[in-house]
Design a protein around this ligand. Sequence first.
Ligand code: KIV
Length: 260
Amino acid sequence: MFLPQLLTRAEKGEKLTALTCYDASFARLLAENGIDILLVGDSLGMTVQGHATTLPVTLEQMAYHTDAVARGVAGKAFVVADLPFGSYQRNAEQAFDSAARLMAAGANMVKLEGGAVMVDTVRFLTRRGIPVCAHLGLLPQSVNATGYRAQAREASAATQLFQDASDLEAAGAQMLVLESIPGVLADEVTQHLAIPTIGIGAGPQCNGQVLVLQDLLGLTEKPPRFAKDFMEGAWNIAAAIRNYVASVKAGEFPGPEHGF
Ligand code: KIV
């Protein structure tokens, strides 16, 4: 699926549903059960490889998983691939080379983490035909600096995030992930931007929601506050995915207990 098709769904006011995905079997299952966006997340460093953070994940590993997901999905959903730590932060040229590798592997869009510091890179990539999803709030690649905790809870940080979101959109970003920030702030950003926001621990007002697949499947030992085990009450994985899609589309997930 190409970007215009996805954006049309968002423009109609439909909530977008996203899940992380790392292989062909799940890609097919997720697309067949109504997931709009498959995120080949660098969270695979934890969920697939068993690391404590996303930092050890390499570009070649991301390309390998993106290739598998793209083949499994066969064009039936939109594929976003994470640029891994160290593959894009040096400068826009480095980011282009890395993004090109993931697009050639079958991604429809790349995702990168960061605010003001990424604006020029986003402009460089999008002007060269590479759709970009920005990512603000809790940035897992910066965990050594911030820890895993909710972000932008103080007024000054919230103002900065709002400005970063505007600047990234102006630079050409076509989607924005908001992770672990107050729902009120996510709502303000969503109202302000024309591009879709995708929340994870960012309240119910975003244009869409994303979860880590293993959290949805109840496989995470210590799930984050914003996660929900959709296998509870579902008789198989396909049913759990359909329940997630229905809950997001109906505005029932996330609930107040999943937010900050
Ligand atoms: O890698 C990932 O799973 C992500 C989500 C947390 C949005 O970036």
